[in-house]
Design a protein around this ligand. Structure first.
Ligand SMILES: *Cc1c(COP(=O)(O)O)cnc(C)c1O
Length: 476
């Protein structure tokens, strides 16, 4: 190489020196966050201030401060007072596998560029298939996020179930999918991308426990068919994002079988419950599904983003993007599994299988049992704490690590209570000691916590409630 700038870019000594320093710094960062948490989880700044900072930094900042600035200005997921979103603190070993993925950059789509990860993906998804209760016709692959995985599964569903060859000929008739009103917004987005339109998203109401009201399925299905819409799939949430409540997969599965619908389970958040001895029952009926989505970066301690999409019949995953019509499922289960690009949305994708494989190999699958069980237990304990406190009210009894609650006072009307809860959440954000989020359910504003961090304990959650009470006093 003759160009000096390129030589500098690829200098291995630079990589070794800066890399060692960075690993030290990141190690110190997580050690501090675990053991002696600094004041804030989230160093909140207004968007405009963040934009101004990075503009100024690009022009005049010192490049040797780059990593420090990134760390100082980010939200700290390893902090025990991070109880907000569903993305969890990555296990350090998966931080290292991210680095290997980056340096090898083996794109995975064709076998020669995925000689390590294509076999790993097969092993991982076959393990998940077994846990789901599928038979040995099953397989799957890893893809970039739950959103993309749900879209892919619904495309497979359309190919498998719709009478017409939509993939090649386009839409000619109205099609529809049935889904709980509490499903993640990406299901609706997928349906819209697929051209189903508003009328093609048939929303099933939830009952007071925020689970899909399966008693209504038959009636709504018949009404939809009467309108001339061909329903081809039904989606169950395991659990739904806002409330952490699981749909009754068993009942949905029976309904799907009866009407020859594709049954897709969006287990982006809760798929890891397959490994939890204590909570596996929440997924009863999942084996009746045709496809399941499980995020590694939610309840499986991996860095974003990596998602398993598992099919009951692996031939459907081969058919999704093929030119052949679905009824020509002549491929064997084994067909070309080692060229995963034929089955995934992505062409190039990162070596995400390394995260799954390293966790399984290093710690064994019990690590997922321990992790999920601890966090669900803690969510339920937090629910009890809230229930026993007259100043707070639960949206619904938590069944997982997602807890929605609000400050409540029977003397105040709903609008006033909404205002106060919005103010509480804003005050928490600006304070930064804790990070939680919020959600609206049936017009009521709730504070929403997702307990993702195994370093979080009941005492942190008690401290959160104390802090909220201090804010309430100031509001009065
Ligand atoms: C988080 C989530 C998604 C979206 O997954 P991403 O990996 O963030 O794209 C979809 N469905 C459910 C139920 C989720 O909880």
């Amino acid at each position: 190489m003759t160009n000096e700038l390129l030589k500098k870019v690829y200098d291995p000594e630079y990589f070794k020196k800066t890399g060692k320093q960075l690993i030290e710094k990141l190690g110190d960062h997580i050690a501090q966050v675990y053991e002696n948490p600094p004041g804030t989880v989230i160093p909140y700044k207004e968007p405009k201030d963040s934009l101004d900072f990075w503009n100024a930094y690009l022009k005049k900042g010192k490049s040797e401060h780059f990593f420090e600035e990134v760390l100082a200005r980010s939200t700290h997921l390893h902090h025990p007072k991070y109880i907000a979103h569903q993305v969890g603190p990555a296990a350090p070993i998966t931080v290292l596998t991210s680095m290997i993925s980056a340096i090898l950059n083996n794109g995975t789509a064709v076998y020669e560029m995925g000689m390590v990860t294509n076999p790993m993906e097969r092993i991982i998804t076959e393990l998940l298939a077994k846990k789901i209760g599928y038979d040995n016709q099953s397989s799957g692959f890893l893809t970039s996020g739950g959103t993309l995985a749900n879209l892919t599964a619904l495309l497979s569903a359309r190919k498998a179930k719709v009478r017409e060859d939509v993939w090649n000929k386009g839409h000619t008739k109205p099609l529809g999918i049935m889904v709980s009103e509490e499903a993640h917004y990406c299901i609706e987005r997928a349906a819209k991308i697929m051209g189903l339109g508003e009328m093609g998203i048939i929303k099933i109401p939830v009952n007071s426990a925020y689970t899909m009201e399966t008693k209504l399925l038959e009636k709504i299905y018949q009404e939809t068919v009467q309108k001339g819409i061909e329903v081809f799939a039904i989606v169950g949430s395991a659990p739904s994002t806002a409330t952490g409540i699981f749909d009754h997969l068993d009942a949905i599965g029976d309904f799907a079988i009866e009407h020859n619908l594709w049954f897709h389970v969006d287990a982006a958040h809760g798929g890891a419950t397959l490994f939890s001895k204590k909570y596996r029952h929440l997924l009863n009926g999942i084996s009746k599904s045709n496809s399941v989505v499980i995020d590694g970066h939610k309840m499986m301690m991996m860095p974003g983003i990596t998602t398993a999409l598992v099919y009951k019949d692996s031939r459907h995953s081969n058919a999704t993007f093929s030119q052949k019509a679905d009824y020509l499922l002549e491929d064997s289960v084994d067909s070309d599994w080692y060229n995963s690009g034929k089955r995934t949305f992505e062409c190039t994708k990162n070596m995400m299988a390394l995260h799954w494989f390293s966790l399984l190999k290093t710690y064994g699958e019990d690590i997922f049992n321990v992790y999920v069980t601890y966090l669900f237990d803690l969510g339920i304990a937090f629910g009890a704490m809230i229930e026993n406190d007259s100043q707070f009210e639960l949206a619904t009894q938590p069944k997982t690590n997602i807890v929605c609650f609000r400050y409540y006072d029977s003397q105040k009307d709903c609008d006033r209570l909404n205002e106060i809860n919005i103010q509480i959440r804003r005050a928490l954000l600006e304070d930064g000691e804790f990070y939680i989020v919020q959600t609206k359910l049936r017009g009521i504003h709730y504070l929403r916590c997702t307990i993702m961090n195994p370093f979080t304990t009941e005492s942190h959650l008690k401290a959160l409630l104390v802090k909220i009470k201090e804010f309430i006093k100031e509001l009065k």
